[in-house]
Write a protein of this length. Sequence first.
Length: 592
Amino acid sequence: MDIFSFIQLFGGLAFFLFGMTLLSSSLEKMTGGKLEKMLQKVTDNPFKGLLFGAIITIAIQSSSAMTVMLVGFVNSGIMELGQTIGVIMGSNIGTTLTAWILSLAGISSSNPFIKILNPEYFSPVFALVGTLMIMLSKRQKRKDIGTMLVGFSILMTGMNMMSAAVSPLKDMPEFTNILTAFTNPLVGVLVGTLVTGIIQSSAASVGILQALSLTGKVTYGMAIPIIMGQNIGTCVTALISSIGVNRNAKRVAVVHISFNIIGTVVWLSVFYILNAIFKFSFIENIVNPVGIAAVHSIFNLLTTALLFPFTKVLERLACMIVHDSKEDKLLFLDERLLATPTIALAEVDKSMLQMVELTEESLDKSIGLLKNFDEETMEFVVANEKKIDSYEDHIGAYLLKLGNGTNLSAADTSESSKLLHGINEFERIADHAYNLAKAAEELHEKEISFSSQAQSEEGNLLDAIRDIYGKAFEAYRNDNLITAREVEPLQGVIDVLCATLKETHVERLQRGICSAVQGFIFNDIITNCERISDHSMNIAVSVLRVSSVNKDAHAYLHDLKDHHSAEYENMYENFYEVYMGREKAIDAGGLR
């Protein structure tokens, strides 16, 4: 085996890893929406989790990717730690399919029907079909299928390159002497763990072992400990992904590695105890790729059967190893979820709803401060405004990464657009709520109060503002199109109301009823209320824009107003009567 054989071996490994990544990412993208729906059905029932883990890992062809996703899910609060344990066990079973696919590389026969099963002959066809689909298809789903086929072809090409590179080893006595070291099961476990940990792919590690088995020098006694070690080594990816996440997410990685270590210790001990008693004859037999795939599957099935009844014990063990801490912080919007856009957007939506709730609390508290000021509520509004700014920064940056890093579906693009518009509008509303609170603070500190006329006008305006932001927030939370359509006519009435209040405010200044300081503060309140009304209308527009009923929301609203539709006129008149009717009553009462 010369230097060129080593180049071919590592080149084959590179092809294998790249093909696996390409295959996994394309499959993951195709199953994104289905993955979210299945995820919602996963409960505390470990049987469902087991099935879920096996199916998804078979779909995306990577137990490491599945575990990394679980870390992200727990870190983001989508799943609880207990729900992930069954999924991890199922994932370990699902990943064994890869070894069975790779075992096809060992097929050799003169029968053309059997010969075609060898990937060496059918993977080039996959590559051709996949390339044509990527180049010629306009639909993203077909492009993803093409990428999947090309990824599989590259993977199998890498497998064949590795097999060809190690083929000369069968004639080297030095290689046989090295293999004798693997008769020690502890050395075999260690080698399997290290190799898999370095390349961070149990599939690649199993592929290398299957390639070596084609030399005819690897026995079952050598392969079994290595395969068990490979299951431990694959946990390295999960351990790396657990850096920088909350403690509950770290426990997912602990469960994964505990599962594989306990399984290895128990079944390796049982195997060699039984071998000492019964002297298994097959242990010295030469193993082939199919035998390696079988051992890989049997080990994972036995480990799952052993530990499945003790999922709660594994959960408690993980909690003992990773203690709770009062300093833990909620890390929302985990970047590990960016690989599955639909789930990432669902998590963004959850954070957005938290932002909406904080904004609504700030508005309610700020309006309350204008009527009855207290320091504790003021501190709450200030703290809330900082939180909302943080939400805007995190959500905005996350959505940009999501948009730049993946090809979103049409539905995901619409949802992302709604979220991007929403974060800015809610943050601006929170700013104006803060301004209202500061106006209340100034009134309190300077011991200023408005005239009875101004107080009545202010109360009427604040009621209208409560009405419009309540409708806008309801429309956003529940995609309520009926409520969203009510926002625009109400916003028109509020514009008229604000203009009227500014006129009466100038009259009071001219008549000396209000001082200049009172006037500045009153005008500031009107301006901020007007801006809250405008941003509430923008939120309603964003809801209408992404709806299936009204793709062009601005055009809809333009027609609604300018063509004086009966619907718009009716809503406008009703709101006008409610809020401008009060102004007429104030005027009739002689307050002006």
